[in-house]
Ligand binder design. Sequence first.
Ligand SMILES: [Zn+2]
Length: 241
Amino acid sequence: MGGCQSYSGAAETDGTHTLTHGNAHSTNLSDVTLLNLKNNNWQAPVCVEKKPYLHPECVRERIAQGSTDLLTLSALPHGLDHNEWLASNTISFFQLVNLISSVLSELCTSSSCPTATGPGDRVYFWTDESGRKLKCSAPLYTDYALSYIQELLLDEDVFPVKTDAEFPAGFPFLVQKVFLLMFRTLAHLYCAHYPQLVAMEMHPHLNTVFTHLVLFCQSFNLLEPQETEPLQDLITALTHS
Ligand SMILES: [Zn+2]
């Protein structure tokens, strides 16, 4: 069973490593012009120079408008089993994250993304079955992550399909791990491939799936704050607009 761990390259050390990974896909203000935005009079905040996904016109681009509806959708319906609700949403989110990730598969390569990175110069390490931390390319990390999740979803001891079968005792922990991996998969897309997603007009879909996933995780305490912190500015923009 695999695992995952990240380090913030800019400021953190785990005692043995100090990583100074530079973002190979850092963007500048000229990238914002790639976004084909309609409002030419808009003044870009300083942060948008490096984070085109924070551009107000991009934040507004969503399939479903209003985070309130997505929050309502996330809530456990009355009378439904808590684990059943976690399981069905885990499967649904996986299908969406897998789909969005597959759209980028030809652009996220070991050449374009030799290291699995997230916002804030985070480097995502994959932990193999022996507990070794592997530094790998972004497509390899994504492949490890999505394959791990798929294997887990097909394991009837973890995601039971028979009506009388029970969820394992560690089910909430496994769900947390799955959402961590899905969050990182989307985080990499925001930090490394956002202009490409805009060019493909996929950003409304990404914004919607990401907002729903974050609100769902907030509702059920599935993600640690230190994991989401590098994208907190985006989360605030998406959930308050
Ligand atoms: Zn990539």
